[in-house]
Design a protein around this ligand. Sequence first.
Ligand code: ATP
Ligand code: MG
Length: 748
Amino acid sequence: MLHSNQYNYLQGLNKQQRIAVETLDGPVLVLSGAGTGKTRVLTTRIAHLLVTGKSKPWNIMAVTFTNKAAREMKDRVGRIIGPSSEQVLMGTFHSLGARMLRQHCELIGLKSNFTIIDVEDQVKLLKQIISAKDVDDKRWPAKYFLNIISSWKDKGLTPSKITDNHIFEHSNGLIKDIYIEYQQRLLKSNCVDFGDLLLHPLELLQMNSDVLLKWQSKITHILIDEYQDTNTAQYLWIRLLCSKHNNICCVGDDDQSIYGWRGAEVKNILNFSNDFENSKVIRLEQNYRSTNKILDVANCLIKNNTNRLGKDLWTENNIDQDVEIFNSYDSSDEARKIGEIIEDKIRDKVHLTEIAVLVRTFSLLRAIEERFISIGLPYRVIGTKFYDRQEIRDAIAYVRVLCNPLDDLAFERIINTPRRGIGPTTIKKLSEHGRQNDMQLFHSAENIVNSEIFNNRTVEKIIQFINQIKKWKLLKNEKKPMDILDQVLEESSYYEMWKNEKSEEAETRISNLKELLEVISEFDTLEGFLQHVSLMTDNDVGNELGEVTLMTLHAAKGSEYQVVFLPGWEDGLFPSFRSLEQGGEDGLEEERRLAYVGITRAKKELFFSYASNRRINGIWMSSLPSRFLKELPKDITNKIDADDYSAYSLYDENVSYDYTQKFKNQGYGPGWKRMSELQINNVIDKNLPQLQKNSENDFQINKFVKGERVFHVKFGMGNVININDDKLDIKFDNAGHKKIQSNFVKKQ
Ligand code: ATP
Ligand code: MG
């Protein structure tokens, strides 16, 4: 047998990392901060399991945060052990769940060609259900039900596990029936939603001891990255899977738990030692990613969280490179500055793939994209939903119907797109006919010839369409997926529909469809392509073209870049009011963890930026620098403008939107004072109809009158009830009475 120091891949690991890699039996938790090599430990561990012969590739299951991470891991393991790495079960929880489900779907009542639907279709289905049940959708909209159902699925609760306690407080108890019906309709359509990809596999193992035994015997070693963000359903599934061999290795960082709002339970990582007997906990503290300055910033910020295990990172990387904060007048100014710095970096030979701009919300990217376009800087936005575009959804709906004719949502989408004279009334009748005969739409349509519900012309149109679909389905045995889709879009006149529109937008749509054909050309089957599309995660796109990466902080988890920009560090944007309002102190701590994730993506250079004015939902707002900036080391924050800094005294301990009312500086943010007259005129002319300039070159708030209709970004429409100087008493249509400073509302 080889001595362990003969394994090359172990060289270069530090002592703790090596222990984590070599402890192959029993439960191991690697709990440590960002950039300490957790993911590297996992990868090396898989190689070690295989090289030592401890495990066969098909006996290992590794869970990653994105499919891209799984691919990278496979590549890295492949370099160490060769092509057998391909056989390791690697992927996200959802893709692994889908895999298990396809094998045993009949036990759940599904066929193996089931479709995975996304949020838009989930909402559509729920809308159909609540309208059939005559639910007041103003009071309880589809999204309300969707949130509750998703949170139950995250907890592993099937409809039969919902108790009175669960439905208490929810929509007078309607929710349970809706959940039951929703699940039934999904099954009938041979569809699952994202939550089902975990819920069904969990149920499979819980209800079928033979299936459980099979999987427990098969999987001898389980490895999980980013364990801090697992939800209860995932945890329960993993527990069941590993309870025979008990060889589980989880790595994670409690400080990077950022998916609480999506059901992640940080307690899974905190309770690991209690949950898994005889476990070993390993801490890594040396960071290999970032400079000491960047780590100082990260440590300094995150120690303000009370709810954490506590750990400090250190590094031997003492490059003397400052972390910088810059202030901008507004978002275009901020975008211009980012562009300039990047141009400098290009001159310094930094590769564009090594640069990232990370934001709290997508809306911040608009100005940045505009700037990058105007200076010709190549960039890619991660998470923009190519697959959400109308034409792409339409094309995919055709593919869905060819793969799964029971998929009513897809069938409904294409039956009259492009127009075939099969209108809503016909579809409604088809659907009723289907319900009476316990058939899905496609079969109902197929069956319609024998019924007398429609006149001959309508029947003819329907039959013609059904025959077309049947013909296209036959192509699956003859042609490549790309050629099938091309033919379908041609023969269905879908291309023609857009061509006839003769607009620039329609041309873009056609070129998007061509791009879709390119994607599909990489797959052997239409089913394989569908599975790929539905399991794509935000961060799955490669960067072959060498572009700057723009994405949200949430999507950035696990990644690293030489140069990182963090724009939009303003209170209200980051931390976001929404999280504070909904989550209180816990919400603030989750936002701080998100900030920590952002900071620790940077290897060498880090730039924070805040603007003094920001246009949010069409209204200009003065903004204060983020309270998180105040928590950074003093040698960095002393560069924040003194005026801005003094604004911190205005924060109230109670985190609330009301801080705007305490802001006494005439209602203007600090940035206003620094504006030149030219800038002022520009702003007034273009953007601030409610502000007027008076003779002293100062601002005066436009007068409002009682009873006037106004609009507020957050509270919506309302009427002015009372006026006290610049404070307005407003009765909002949906948010009740509020006292608001007049420059935060817009006349309507
Ligand atoms: P995160 O918490 O952000 O997911 P992580 O703990 O998973 O980070 P890795 O991504 O595995 O950290 O490693 C961070 C960087 O440090 C990578 O570039 C990795 O190659 C490098 N690294 C890890 N361990 C070592 C080591 N022992 N020697 C040199 N470089 C290392
Ligand atoms: Mg990692």
